[in-house]
Write a protein that binds this ligand. Sequence first.
Ligand SMILES: *Cc1c(COP(=O)(O)O)cnc(C)c1O
Length: 404
Amino acid sequence: MFKANPNYARLQGSYLFSTIARKVAAYSEAHPEAEIIRLGIGDATKPIVPSVIRELHSAVDEMADAATFRGYAPDLGYEFLRSAIAKEYRDRGCEVSAEEIFVSDGAKSDSGNIQEIFAPECRVAVCDPVYPVYVDSNVMAGRSGEWIPWQQRYSNFIYMPCTEANGFTPEFPKEDPDIIYLCYPNNPTGMTITRERLQAWVDYANRIGAVILYDAAYEAYICEADVPHSIYECAGAQTCAIEIRSFSKNAGFTGMRLGFTVVPKALKDADGTDLWSLWARRHGTKYNGAPYIIQKAGEAVYSPEGQKEIREQIAGYMRNAKVIYEGLAQAGYTVYGGVNAPYIWLKTPDGCSSWDFFDRLLETVHVVGTPGSGFGPSGEGFFRLTAFGTYENTVKAIDRIRQM
Ligand SMILES: *Cc1c(COP(=O)(O)O)cnc(C)c1O
């Protein structure tokens, strides 16, 4: 009889958002009159901007004509999109060539798949709280080690607490990892890292021979000058960092699916094996490229008109973030994030647990958010609200919370 992959049995807990959905469904069934506002969503809600829609339409029409029809896309992405992305890097002063850019269907799959090009015994450091994909994808790959019951973690993971005390950027771990996941601007805390601090991480990784997997899915939300948009703004990142980016939160492509990963040609392992070739091989074997029409839509995001429209869209979300941040601060809450990211990380009042606060918000004011403890032990006592709702609902939700 066949056996299922035993690594899957080692995954911890059920997926956070399924638990939340179940609780909300049960509450709304018992209280059909309650008008529930969802500020737990990590999904775009505004429509795709007009210049991107125009490009999509024309790309669809090209597919209807034998002269312009396209079949399989190149494995690593169309040149027109890779060079548009490379130009953006160049404009920021980053040395990233079009060849080093691998176009994909998004950052979730890339951040889950990228661990395949590293040895099974590599030790993995993650921030705590953490985007769950980083841990679960490594557990699925058999990179968990032994379960340590008194620490509630697998031995192969090094959790790096991100707390009020360290401004939600981790200290270097006591034991040296091989793979380090960093995500800035951060989901769930909404906090950022300074260029100086990120440079220190790059220097550390180069010194100990680790690789940084840098998730910059929220890059376009950055408005402060000392916050890096890319890890390649740091000297030496080409020999220690892979960057993962997404059009999902930056341009509302959550339902269209487009992202990319940068693997520098200069990135080599301990034996001199270059990781670019491994990731290219992996793409060639397991992936057949993002759709042509979606890559054309992605190219339109980089046009001057696309950029202008997307800036306005993001400004709309960030107006919500400000409503949440300021409303809660005025009501006496301790709040973080919300300035360079669409997430607000608030401290639950009176030492209330994250899940108790979730229940209290749902039951007393019918607002849904995300319990911080769902992202890791250091998230306990915190709660995430997102700026992806409508302006009207956001204002209404914050008014209700203020009257609690
Ligand atoms: C939303 C999100 C992603 C997923 O992006 P997709 O491109 O839609 O797969 C990746 N990383 C973080 C931190 C996210 O919040």
